[in-house]
Design a protein around this ligand. Structure first.
Ligand SMILES: Nc1ncnc2c1ncn2[C@@H]1O[C@H](COP(=O)(O)OP(=O)(O)OP(=O)(O)O)[C@@H](O)[C@H]1O
Length: 363
Protein backbone atom coordinates (compact mmCIF):
# COMPACT_ATOMS: atom_id res chain seq x y z
CA UNK A 1 0.00 0.00 0.00
CA UNK A 2 1.17 3.52 -0.72
CA UNK A 3 1.97 5.38 2.47
CA UNK A 4 3.58 8.70 2.96
CA UNK A 5 5.42 8.10 6.18
CA UNK A 6 7.35 5.29 7.85
CA UNK A 7 9.84 4.88 10.64
CA UNK A 8 12.69 7.21 9.54
CA UNK A 9 16.31 6.15 8.96
CA UNK A 10 17.65 9.58 9.64
CA UNK A 11 16.75 10.94 13.06
CA UNK A 12 17.73 14.54 13.79
CA UNK A 13 19.20 15.23 17.22
CA UNK A 14 16.20 17.41 18.17
CA UNK A 15 13.90 14.36 17.92
CA UNK A 16 16.15 12.41 20.30
CA UNK A 17 16.01 15.31 22.75
CA UNK A 18 12.22 15.28 22.52
CA UNK A 19 12.24 11.56 23.29
CA UNK A 20 14.40 12.22 26.35
CA UNK A 21 11.94 14.85 27.54
CA UNK A 22 9.03 12.43 27.11
CA UNK A 23 10.90 9.76 29.06
CA UNK A 24 11.48 12.24 31.85
CA UNK A 25 7.80 13.23 31.92
CA UNK A 26 6.78 9.59 31.91
CA UNK A 27 8.96 8.78 34.88
CA UNK A 28 7.40 11.71 36.79
CA UNK A 29 3.96 10.47 35.75
CA UNK A 30 4.64 6.91 36.91
CA UNK A 31 3.76 8.05 40.42
CA UNK A 32 0.52 9.74 39.33
CA UNK A 33 -0.51 6.83 37.09
CA UNK A 34 -2.27 9.01 34.57
CA UNK A 35 -1.79 9.20 30.85
CA UNK A 36 0.75 11.42 29.09
CA UNK A 37 -0.81 13.16 26.10
CA UNK A 38 1.38 14.49 23.31
CA UNK A 39 -0.16 16.38 20.42
CA UNK A 40 1.82 16.87 17.22
CA UNK A 41 1.06 19.97 15.17
CA UNK A 42 2.42 21.17 11.85
CA UNK A 43 1.51 22.13 8.31
CA UNK A 44 1.23 19.75 5.38
CA UNK A 45 4.18 17.37 4.99
CA UNK A 46 5.92 18.79 8.02
CA UNK A 47 6.74 15.26 9.24
CA UNK A 48 4.01 14.73 11.88
CA UNK A 49 3.39 11.11 11.00
CA UNK A 50 7.08 10.30 10.66
CA UNK A 51 7.65 11.76 14.13
CA UNK A 52 4.68 9.80 15.47
CA UNK A 53 6.19 6.58 14.07
CA UNK A 54 9.58 7.35 15.59
CA UNK A 55 8.31 8.27 19.05
CA UNK A 56 5.83 5.44 19.33
CA UNK A 57 8.35 2.79 18.31
CA UNK A 58 10.99 4.07 20.72
CA UNK A 59 8.55 4.33 23.62
CA UNK A 60 7.20 0.88 22.90
CA UNK A 61 10.72 -0.54 22.93
CA UNK A 62 11.22 1.06 26.32
CA UNK A 63 8.28 -0.98 27.58
CA UNK A 64 5.56 1.67 27.77
CA UNK A 65 1.97 1.04 26.85
CA UNK A 66 1.66 3.30 23.82
CA UNK A 67 -1.30 4.43 21.73
CA UNK A 68 -1.55 6.52 18.59
CA UNK A 69 -4.58 8.68 18.03
CA UNK A 70 -4.64 9.17 14.28
CA UNK A 71 -6.73 12.29 13.62
CA UNK A 72 -5.25 12.97 10.20
CA UNK A 73 -8.51 12.36 8.31
CA UNK A 74 -6.99 13.49 5.03
CA UNK A 75 -4.00 11.12 5.08
CA UNK A 76 -4.73 8.44 7.63
CA UNK A 77 -2.17 5.81 8.48
CA UNK A 78 -4.47 3.70 10.64
CA UNK A 79 -7.53 2.89 8.54
CA UNK A 80 -10.52 3.04 7.96
CA UNK A 81 -10.51 6.30 6.04
CA UNK A 82 -12.99 9.08 6.92
CA UNK A 83 -12.70 8.23 10.62
CA UNK A 84 -10.27 9.04 13.37
CA UNK A 85 -8.77 6.03 15.09
CA UNK A 86 -7.10 4.91 18.26
CA UNK A 87 -4.43 2.28 17.71
CA UNK A 88 -2.91 0.48 20.68
CA UNK A 89 0.53 -0.80 19.87
CA UNK A 90 1.41 -4.47 20.32
CA UNK A 91 4.66 -5.74 21.74
CA UNK A 92 6.17 -5.62 18.28
CA UNK A 93 6.07 -2.33 16.38
CA UNK A 94 4.45 -2.60 13.00
CA UNK A 95 4.42 -0.03 10.22
CA UNK A 96 1.67 2.45 11.03
CA UNK A 97 -0.57 1.32 8.17
CA UNK A 98 -0.62 -2.24 9.54
CA UNK A 99 -1.96 -1.20 12.92
CA UNK A 100 -5.55 -2.28 13.43
CA UNK A 101 -7.65 0.37 15.14
CA UNK A 102 -8.81 -0.45 18.63
CA UNK A 103 -11.73 1.92 18.11
CA UNK A 104 -12.63 4.59 15.57
CA UNK A 105 -14.93 7.57 15.51
CA UNK A 106 -16.81 8.35 12.32
CA UNK A 107 -16.14 11.72 10.64
CA UNK A 108 -17.72 10.94 7.27
CA UNK A 109 -15.31 13.08 5.27
CA UNK A 110 -11.62 13.31 4.45
CA UNK A 111 -11.45 16.93 5.48
CA UNK A 112 -12.25 18.32 8.92
CA UNK A 113 -13.77 21.48 7.41
CA UNK A 114 -17.52 21.50 8.22
CA UNK A 115 -16.97 18.55 10.58
CA UNK A 116 -15.38 20.21 13.58
CA UNK A 117 -18.02 18.77 15.91
CA UNK A 118 -17.20 15.23 14.86
CA UNK A 119 -13.46 15.86 15.10
CA UNK A 120 -13.69 17.35 18.57
CA UNK A 121 -16.06 14.74 19.99
CA UNK A 122 -14.05 11.92 18.40
CA UNK A 123 -10.69 13.06 19.70
CA UNK A 124 -12.06 13.50 23.21
CA UNK A 125 -13.84 10.16 23.30
CA UNK A 126 -10.85 8.25 21.95
CA UNK A 127 -8.48 10.03 24.31
CA UNK A 128 -10.72 9.13 27.25
CA UNK A 129 -10.84 5.56 26.03
CA UNK A 130 -7.03 5.39 25.91
CA UNK A 131 -7.01 6.57 29.51
CA UNK A 132 -9.64 4.02 30.50
CA UNK A 133 -7.49 1.27 28.96
CA UNK A 134 -4.47 2.19 31.06
CA UNK A 135 -2.42 3.55 28.15
CA UNK A 136 0.66 5.36 29.50
CA UNK A 137 1.35 7.60 26.55
CA UNK A 138 -0.85 8.64 23.65
CA UNK A 139 0.57 10.42 20.62
CA UNK A 140 -1.97 12.48 18.72
CA UNK A 141 -1.24 12.92 15.02
CA UNK A 142 -3.26 15.75 13.47
CA UNK A 143 -4.14 17.14 10.03
CA UNK A 144 -1.91 19.73 8.39
CA UNK A 145 -4.69 22.32 8.48
CA UNK A 146 -3.22 25.06 10.65
CA UNK A 147 -4.54 28.25 9.06
CA UNK A 148 -8.03 29.71 8.80
CA UNK A 149 -10.59 27.51 10.47
CA UNK A 150 -7.83 24.90 10.99
CA UNK A 151 -6.23 27.27 13.48
CA UNK A 152 -9.43 27.30 15.55
CA UNK A 153 -9.81 23.55 15.32
CA UNK A 154 -6.30 23.05 16.70
CA UNK A 155 -6.97 25.54 19.47
CA UNK A 156 -10.18 23.80 20.45
CA UNK A 157 -8.55 20.38 20.43
CA UNK A 158 -5.81 21.59 22.74
CA UNK A 159 -8.30 23.30 25.06
CA UNK A 160 -10.34 20.13 25.25
CA UNK A 161 -7.76 17.42 25.68
CA UNK A 162 -5.31 19.26 27.91
CA UNK A 163 -2.11 17.78 26.46
CA UNK A 164 1.04 17.46 28.55
CA UNK A 165 3.29 18.25 25.62
CA UNK A 166 2.57 20.16 22.42
CA UNK A 167 5.04 19.51 19.62
CA UNK A 168 5.08 22.06 16.80
CA UNK A 169 6.87 21.18 13.56
CA UNK A 170 7.54 24.39 11.71
CA UNK A 171 9.63 25.86 8.93
CA UNK A 172 9.59 29.55 9.68
CA UNK A 173 7.61 30.22 12.82
CA UNK A 174 4.21 29.62 11.21
CA UNK A 175 2.84 28.03 14.40
CA UNK A 176 3.85 30.90 16.68
CA UNK A 177 0.40 32.57 16.95
CA UNK A 178 -1.15 29.23 17.90
CA UNK A 179 1.57 28.05 20.26
CA UNK A 180 1.75 31.46 21.97
CA UNK A 181 -1.82 30.95 23.19
CA UNK A 182 -0.61 28.06 25.33
CA UNK A 183 2.93 29.05 26.21
CA UNK A 184 2.26 29.54 29.91
CA UNK A 185 0.06 26.52 30.24
CA UNK A 186 1.70 23.55 28.54
CA UNK A 187 5.15 22.29 27.75
CA UNK A 188 5.77 23.30 24.14
CA UNK A 189 8.51 21.84 21.98
CA UNK A 190 9.20 23.52 18.66
CA UNK A 191 11.01 21.43 16.07
CA UNK A 192 12.34 22.41 12.69
CA UNK A 193 10.82 20.49 9.78
CA UNK A 194 13.25 17.83 8.57
CA UNK A 195 15.41 19.34 5.81
CA UNK A 196 14.62 16.62 3.29
CA UNK A 197 10.92 16.19 4.10
CA UNK A 198 9.18 15.43 0.87
CA UNK A 199 6.20 17.52 -0.25
CA UNK A 200 3.26 15.83 -1.89
CA UNK A 201 1.10 17.66 -4.44
CA UNK A 202 -2.71 17.70 -4.18
CA UNK A 203 -2.82 15.17 -6.98
CA UNK A 204 -0.35 12.84 -5.23
CA UNK A 205 -2.36 13.10 -2.01
CA UNK A 206 -5.56 12.32 -3.89
CA UNK A 207 -3.88 9.28 -5.48
CA UNK A 208 -2.70 7.99 -2.12
CA UNK A 209 -6.24 8.32 -0.74
CA UNK A 210 -7.70 6.60 -3.78
CA UNK A 211 -5.29 3.71 -3.33
CA UNK A 212 -6.32 3.44 0.31
CA UNK A 213 -10.04 3.36 -0.57
CA UNK A 214 -9.44 0.61 -3.10
CA UNK A 215 -7.33 -1.38 -0.71
CA UNK A 216 -9.80 -0.94 2.12
CA UNK A 217 -12.84 -2.03 0.13
CA UNK A 218 -11.18 -4.76 -1.93
CA UNK A 219 -12.67 -7.64 0.10
CA UNK A 220 -16.05 -6.01 0.64
CA UNK A 221 -19.34 -7.83 0.62
CA UNK A 222 -22.85 -6.63 -0.08
CA UNK A 223 -25.24 -6.46 2.84
CA UNK A 224 -28.89 -5.64 3.19
CA UNK A 225 -29.84 -4.01 6.46
CA UNK A 226 -33.40 -3.40 7.60
CA UNK A 227 -34.33 0.23 7.55
CA UNK A 228 -35.66 -0.10 11.12
CA UNK A 229 -32.09 0.49 12.34
CA UNK A 230 -31.29 4.02 13.61
CA UNK A 231 -30.43 6.00 10.53
CA UNK A 232 -28.72 9.34 11.08
CA UNK A 233 -26.76 11.94 9.17
CA UNK A 234 -29.69 13.15 7.04
CA UNK A 235 -32.57 15.45 7.82
CA UNK A 236 -34.82 13.00 5.97
CA UNK A 237 -34.78 10.71 9.00
CA UNK A 238 -35.27 13.38 11.62
CA UNK A 239 -38.62 14.53 12.96
CA UNK A 240 -41.81 12.51 12.73
CA UNK A 241 -42.63 10.30 9.79
CA UNK A 242 -45.50 11.78 7.73
CA UNK A 243 -48.89 10.08 7.79
CA UNK A 244 -50.33 8.07 4.92
CA UNK A 245 -52.82 10.90 4.36
CA UNK A 246 -50.11 13.51 4.01
CA UNK A 247 -48.28 11.22 1.64
CA UNK A 248 -51.32 10.68 -0.60
CA UNK A 249 -52.07 14.38 -0.59
CA UNK A 250 -48.57 15.22 -1.84
CA UNK A 251 -48.72 12.45 -4.43
CA UNK A 252 -52.03 13.73 -5.76
CA UNK A 253 -51.00 17.38 -5.67
CA UNK A 254 -47.53 17.12 -7.18
CA UNK A 255 -47.88 13.93 -9.24
CA UNK A 256 -45.15 12.24 -7.25
CA UNK A 257 -44.40 8.82 -5.95
CA UNK A 258 -43.51 9.55 -2.31
CA UNK A 259 -41.13 6.97 -0.81
CA UNK A 260 -40.65 8.54 2.56
CA UNK A 261 -41.32 11.81 4.29
CA UNK A 262 -40.81 13.44 7.65
CA UNK A 263 -42.01 16.55 9.38
CA UNK A 264 -40.17 18.70 11.88
CA UNK A 265 -41.21 22.13 13.18
CA UNK A 266 -43.78 22.45 10.39
CA UNK A 267 -41.26 21.69 7.63
CA UNK A 268 -41.52 18.64 5.42
CA UNK A 269 -38.68 16.62 3.93
CA UNK A 270 -39.72 14.15 1.27
CA UNK A 271 -38.00 11.50 -0.85
CA UNK A 272 -39.96 11.30 -4.11
CA UNK A 273 -39.93 10.63 -7.79
CA UNK A 274 -41.83 12.64 -10.43
CA UNK A 275 -44.48 10.60 -12.17
CA UNK A 276 -45.49 13.31 -14.61
CA UNK A 277 -43.91 16.42 -16.03
CA UNK A 278 -46.03 19.22 -14.61
CA UNK A 279 -45.12 22.71 -13.45
CA UNK A 280 -44.69 22.73 -9.66
CA UNK A 281 -44.21 25.79 -7.50
CA UNK A 282 -42.80 24.56 -4.22
CA UNK A 283 -41.08 26.57 -1.51
CA UNK A 284 -38.14 24.33 -0.57
CA UNK A 285 -37.97 26.03 2.84
CA UNK A 286 -41.33 24.50 3.65
CA UNK A 287 -41.20 21.33 1.61
CA UNK A 288 -37.72 20.05 0.91
CA UNK A 289 -37.67 17.23 -1.65
CA UNK A 290 -35.05 14.93 -3.11
CA UNK A 291 -34.76 11.83 -5.27
CA UNK A 292 -33.75 8.48 -3.74
CA UNK A 293 -30.60 8.44 -5.91
CA UNK A 294 -29.17 11.21 -3.78
CA UNK A 295 -28.20 8.59 -1.18
CA UNK A 296 -26.23 6.46 -3.61
CA UNK A 297 -22.49 5.79 -3.21
CA UNK A 298 -22.18 7.72 0.01
CA UNK A 299 -19.90 6.67 2.80
CA UNK A 300 -21.62 5.44 5.96
CA UNK A 301 -20.38 4.65 9.44
CA UNK A 302 -21.53 1.43 11.10
CA UNK A 303 -21.89 2.56 14.67
CA UNK A 304 -22.02 0.55 17.89
CA UNK A 305 -24.03 1.30 21.00
CA UNK A 306 -21.24 3.40 22.50
CA UNK A 307 -21.20 5.65 19.43
CA UNK A 308 -17.91 4.26 18.07
CA UNK A 309 -17.52 3.29 14.45
CA UNK A 310 -17.11 -0.47 14.02
CA UNK A 311 -16.43 -0.14 10.32
CA UNK A 312 -17.41 1.91 7.31
CA UNK A 313 -19.40 1.03 4.22
CA UNK A 314 -20.70 2.57 1.03
CA UNK A 315 -24.42 3.04 0.77
CA UNK A 316 -25.47 1.75 -2.65
CA UNK A 317 -29.18 2.30 -2.31
CA UNK A 318 -32.00 2.92 0.11
CA UNK A 319 -34.74 0.63 -1.11
CA UNK A 320 -37.69 2.39 0.52
CA UNK A 321 -40.24 -0.01 -0.89
CA UNK A 322 -38.63 -3.10 0.65
CA UNK A 323 -37.36 -1.11 3.61
CA UNK A 324 -33.71 -2.12 3.28
CA UNK A 325 -30.39 -0.36 3.02
CA UNK A 326 -28.00 -1.88 0.52
CA UNK A 327 -24.41 -1.34 1.49
CA UNK A 328 -21.02 -2.74 0.65
CA UNK A 329 -18.50 -3.06 3.44
CA UNK A 330 -15.48 -5.11 4.46
CA UNK A 331 -17.13 -5.63 7.89
CA UNK A 332 -17.13 -9.17 9.19
CA UNK A 333 -20.69 -10.50 9.09
CA UNK A 334 -20.37 -11.55 12.73
CA UNK A 335 -19.95 -7.91 13.76
CA UNK A 336 -23.12 -6.75 12.04
CA UNK A 337 -25.17 -7.63 15.09
CA UNK A 338 -23.29 -4.95 17.05
CA UNK A 339 -24.27 -2.22 14.59
CA UNK A 340 -26.92 -0.09 16.27
CA UNK A 341 -26.85 2.93 14.00
CA UNK A 342 -25.95 3.77 10.43
CA UNK A 343 -24.57 7.26 10.10
CA UNK A 344 -24.53 8.82 6.65
CA UNK A 345 -21.37 10.77 5.86
CA UNK A 346 -20.58 13.44 3.29
CA UNK A 347 -18.33 11.74 0.81
CA UNK A 348 -19.25 10.03 -2.43
CA UNK A 349 -17.06 7.10 -3.41
CA UNK A 350 -17.50 5.93 -6.97
CA UNK A 351 -16.54 2.57 -8.47
CA UNK A 352 -12.88 3.32 -9.20
CA UNK A 353 -12.37 4.60 -5.64
CA UNK A 354 -12.51 8.26 -6.62
CA UNK A 355 -13.98 10.52 -3.94
CA UNK A 356 -16.16 13.63 -4.02
CA UNK A 357 -16.62 15.84 -1.00
CA UNK A 358 -20.22 16.77 -0.25
CA UNK A 359 -21.56 19.71 1.69
CA UNK A 360 -22.85 19.26 5.20
CA UNK A 361 -26.37 20.23 4.06
CA UNK A 362 -26.32 17.85 1.08
CA UNK A 363 -28.80 15.53 2.77
N1 LIG B 1 13.16 12.37 9.79
C1 LIG B 1 12.78 12.04 8.55
N2 LIG B 1 13.53 11.18 7.82
C2 LIG B 1 13.18 10.82 6.58
N3 LIG B 1 12.08 11.29 5.93
C3 LIG B 1 11.33 12.15 6.59
C4 LIG B 1 11.62 12.59 7.92
N4 LIG B 1 10.65 13.44 8.30
C5 LIG B 1 9.79 13.53 7.25
N5 LIG B 1 10.20 12.76 6.23
C6 LIG B 1 9.52 12.56 4.92
O1 LIG B 1 8.78 13.72 4.58
C7 LIG B 1 7.51 13.39 4.03
C8 LIG B 1 6.38 14.03 4.83
O2 LIG B 1 6.36 13.49 6.15
P1 LIG B 1 5.03 13.02 6.87
O3 LIG B 1 4.15 12.25 5.96
O4 LIG B 1 5.46 12.40 8.15
O5 LIG B 1 4.38 14.46 7.13
P2 LIG B 1 2.96 14.82 7.76
O6 LIG B 1 3.15 16.14 8.42
O7 LIG B 1 2.48 13.70 8.60
O8 LIG B 1 2.08 14.96 6.47
P3 LIG B 1 0.49 15.26 6.34
O9 LIG B 1 0.44 16.69 5.96
O10 LIG B 1 0.05 14.38 5.22
O11 LIG B 1 -0.15 14.95 7.64
C9 LIG B 1 7.45 11.86 4.04
O12 LIG B 1 7.77 11.38 2.75
C10 LIG B 1 8.50 11.45 5.05
O13 LIG B 1 9.02 10.18 4.76
Amino acid sequence: MITKANYPDDIPESRIELLELIKEKLSEKKKERDILKIIILGGLDSGKTTLTAFLSKELLNLGYKVAILDCDVGQKSILPPATISLGILNEKFEELHNIKPYKSYFIGSTTPIQFFGEMIVGIKRLCDLAEELGVEVVIIDTTGLIFGSGFDLKRMKIELINPNIIVGLEKEGELKPLLDLFKNKYKIVKLKVYDYAKSFSREERRKIRLEKWREYFKDSRSYEIKITINLTGSKVFQGKEISEEEKYLMEALFKWKVFYGSKCEGKYTVVKRDLEEIPRKIDKNVLYYLEPEKFEDIIVGLIDERGFCIDIGILKEIDFENKVLKIISPIDEELLKDVKEIRIGRLKIVEDGDEYLLDRDYL
